[in-house]
Design a protein around this ligand. Sequence first.
Ligand code: GLN
Length: 484
Amino acid sequence: MSALYYKSLTEIIKALQAKTVSVTEVTRACLDRMTHVEPTLGAMLAIASDTALKEAEAMDAAGPDPAKPLWGVPVTIKDVILTQGLRTTCASKMLEHFVPPYDAFVTQKLREAGCVILGKTNMDEFAMGSTTENSGFHPTRNPWNPSRVPGGSSGGAAVAVVAGESYASLGTDTGGSIRQPAALCGCVGLKPTYGRVSRYGVIAYGSSLDQVGPLARSVEDCARVLQVIAGSDPHDVTSAPIDVPDYVTGLAEASLKGVRLGIPKEFFDKGLDPQVAAVCEETLKACEAAGATLVQVSLPHTSAAIATYYIIAMAEASSNLARYDGVRFGFREKDVSDLQEMYVQSRTTGLGQEVKRRIMLGAFVLSSGYYDAYYRKAAQVRRIIRDEYVTVLDTVDAIFCPVSPVTAWPLGSHADDPLAMYLMDAYTLSLNLAGLPGLSLPVGSIDGLPVGMQLIGKAFSEAELLKVGHALEALVTPLGEPPL
Ligand code: GLN
């Protein structure tokens, strides 16, 4: 029988409502687990032990509240999401001492649903990266092998779930940051449709790409968290005024019978590690045996996705990060002789190397003389990529493909080669350019390191994706618990 901190969120909800376990017990179990694993893994940037335990005790005194769907469940939140009164740094020295005066929409939703917020998870600075090594504070390590990266940028969020530090985490996904760390660490991660979840109170990286979503130990656990955080919000004009369906009921009846899965040939090309390809092919065979129909499809502009994404993401980042000027937010260099020097020195000291690289490249592609050649072109290609997805998704129920071309790699492997790192995102970025939902699931492992695959669906088809994902999950041998 697994330890309390390794129960699924779904199991823990039932146990809490039935009072077979108290909120204080589960909160303490997770906090003790943090004490045990954090020195090795470094998934957390802030741990709110005192407030979490106080809240837990108050909840136990009041008794279970069936009206609160996540009553008493300890969760962790990526440090890009504002938490009132709890330090939110975006893993940047620039925001090292920033304590938000208000909650993000999603934080507020978790609180209203009865969650206990345990703390904030590590990430690449301003969500820029694929390994969590770009954190301005410390890297996070993979629970299956601490010499390997956990993926990124929501690396801490994935590790917290997989290592038993919390029952679910919120992450953000601009170009793969929920799905890729979920795949490399072996948990489930859902990037919702752009507009499904409010971005109010989420520190912006690429505003037309960013989306908040859950990471958890099962598809059902993710469905329960999405249920709480989805919905429109007057504070975010890009949040969609579309009703939130019931994501949880009906999951149990899910089946792969008659489901048409599109297999894009561009995702199974020479860039894919042969061992990862073999695990994916095994999974596809299992789907077929369970009654799914596999349909070869083509997304010809996949090869243009990396260039297109990095132009658009950097352009938006250069604009979004202009606010960190030493005046309005965050770090200010004091030892300066004039205003100009204060701007320059505050940004030079406060921001990390990768963030500065992206601001400079982003400003370049937006500059007059280069705008047409880079930014406008990228915006046009983005439209083509989106249209290709829409056409293919008219012929199948979901697209099914790998998340990362390789399993988790050693820390430091791409330290001097940012371009090699960008290439690792080949299978995740195009989905953000198209604004579509993607569900990443563990499907196997190679030498003890997890492999994930993603289901991609039509806009606002999360309910259908979760059903297919739930049925698929039943076909896969569980990874078990990491050796910690
Ligand atoms: N790795 C991608 C990047 O560095 C995606 C990051 C993300 O989704 N936040 O931009």
